[in-house]
Ligand binder design. Structure first.
Ligand code: PA5
Length: 427
């Protein structure tokens, strides 16, 4: 089970400041549908997801794997980050290079760089490929541009009918131009439930289809999320309340830190979840993400003794898949002789303990979230853990966790500059 360890913040906030009772009340209201807010469908989705949904996702994934060496996943924000996080966390950030049995997966439509698109096209080369185009609104600029590019490549390679057969769309069941396009063209499609916003949608078909293509056990992902509600809720609540108590004490920046590179995309997903949910009405903890020990050699100095407005949240995955040992080589005479024959993870663990102590001593409160493993089950549990804590944390500070009006500003300007008449993608 996921655990929240508060011991590293108790020098900075008292137990009585945590406000757990208020958090509990807000969670009850959220779960009971009593907040009056729309966008809460993610909470019950893992429990309600029908076997027919996972079966149809798996059958689409099997078809993609049978026909294609590559899946191009087109999407941005909540229509991108969660799937990438699942792939990196459960499989590997080197999935494409290490994996030999399931299709390579490339993510596009998450920026507007022509150079990036050209490089992905070169990487695909003349291999067979399919597309999963994910957009709730169906009118977001970045994925729309990428879809045009890859649809035209598919059409050139397979003709209109062949291309149509390789396009899988994940979008709103009724609204938006993309749903209309699916109906016109007969694309295979999946639904993003209307009451689930982008950044809360990873456990719907948004994340499930790319994950299934990568050979990930999607039923285990959903089971982890389902089981988190109940026994794990209190831990999520403690995290939410601790963050807000620290914020009230002037700790306005949260650094999420993990000691494993496979957590990097999860950190990016977390940043979007908390940033878009909480940063509004002149409020909100600024979410940053670091990868340790790498960033101890870049941001370490600032964290240790820069402005004291930070707190950290360490995510510790308690089991490792690696068994690599440090070779014995006394001829090196580098002072590391004692480490010869020991697992690398022992040094990583020591680095974590040392960093936690140094940062607390330097005036940075450190929360710690313990995750049993990097399995599909624990990924699902961690997603649900963060979503619950994010929603409760935003509600404690009095903002709506489920809208993102600020994202529209740059889109409107971009449409004006490009003299486009279409509507920007409001999700
Ligand atoms: O959380 C959100 O709603 C956003 O980050 C969206 O996911 C993102 O803007 C992409 O929108 P869409 O899926 O409509 O293309």
């Amino acid at each position: 089970m996921i655990k929240t360890d508060l011991t590293g913040i108790l020098d900075f906030v008292g137990q009585e400041e945590l406000g757990i009772d208020k958090g509990r009340r807000l969670l009850r209201e959220l779960a009971g549908g009593k907040t009056g807010l729309s966008g809460t469908g993610w909470l019950g989705f893992p429990a309600a997801a029908s076997p027919s949904l996972t079966a149809s996702v798996r059958s689409a994934a099997d078809k993609i794997a049978a026909e294609s060496a590559v899946l191009v996943v087109i999407g941005i924000g909540g229509s991108y980050l969660g799937a990438r996080a699942a792939l990196d966390f459960i499989r590997s950030p080197y999935y494409n290079q290490l994996n030999k049995k399931t299709p390579d997966i490339y993510f596009v439509g998450n920026n507007l760089s022509g150079e990036y698109l050209e490089q992905v096209i070169s990487l695909i080369g003349n291999r067979d490929f399919s597309i999963n185009y994910i957009s709730k609104s169906g009118s977001t600029m970045e994925p729309s541009v990428a879809f045009r590019v890859f649809k035209s490549l598919l059409t050139a390679k397979y003709g209109d009918r062949g291309a149509r057969d390789r396009i899988y769309v994940t979008t709103d069941p009724e609204k938006g131009k993309l749903r209309q396009l699916c109906s016109r063209e007969g694309y295979a499609s999946f639904e993003i439930p209307p009451d689930i916003g982008g950044r809360y949608s990873v456990l719907t078909a948004v994340g499930l289809l790319p994950a299934a293509v990568a050979g990930i056990d999607i039923d285990a992902m959903l089971a982890g999320a389902r089981d988190m509600l109940g026994s794990g809720e209190e831990e999520a609540l403690r995290y939410a309340c601790a963050r807000q108590a620290l914020y009230k004490r002037g700790k306005k920046i949260e650094i999420l830190a993990a000691f494993e590179p496979y957590f990097r995309s999860m950190g990016e997903w977390w940043k979007q979840l908390f940033g878009e949910s909480e940063g509004k009405d002149g409020l909100g903890i600024f979410p940053a993400h670091t990868e340790f020990t790498t960033d101890l050699h870049s941001l370490g100095q600032y964290i240790q003794s820069g402005e004291r407005t930070l707190f950290e949240t360490f995510v510790s995955v308690e089991t490792t898949r690696a068994r690599l040992r440090i070779p014995r080589d006394d001829a090196l005479d580098d002072g590391l002789e004692r480490l010869g024959g020991k697992e690398v993870r022992i040094v990583n663990e020591a680095a974590k303990m040392a960093t936690k102590k140094a940062h607390i001593d330097g005036g940075v409160p450190v929360l710690e979230i313990g995750v049993p493993s990097a399995s599909a089950y624990d990924f699902g549990a961690l997603v649900q853990f963060f979503e619950v804590s994010c929603a409760v944390s935003a509600l404690i500070s009095g903002v709506n966790p489920f809208d993102q009006p600020g994202v529209e500003a740059y889109k409107k300007n971009m449409y004006d500059i490009l003299e486009l008449s279409g509507k920007t993608g409001v999700t």
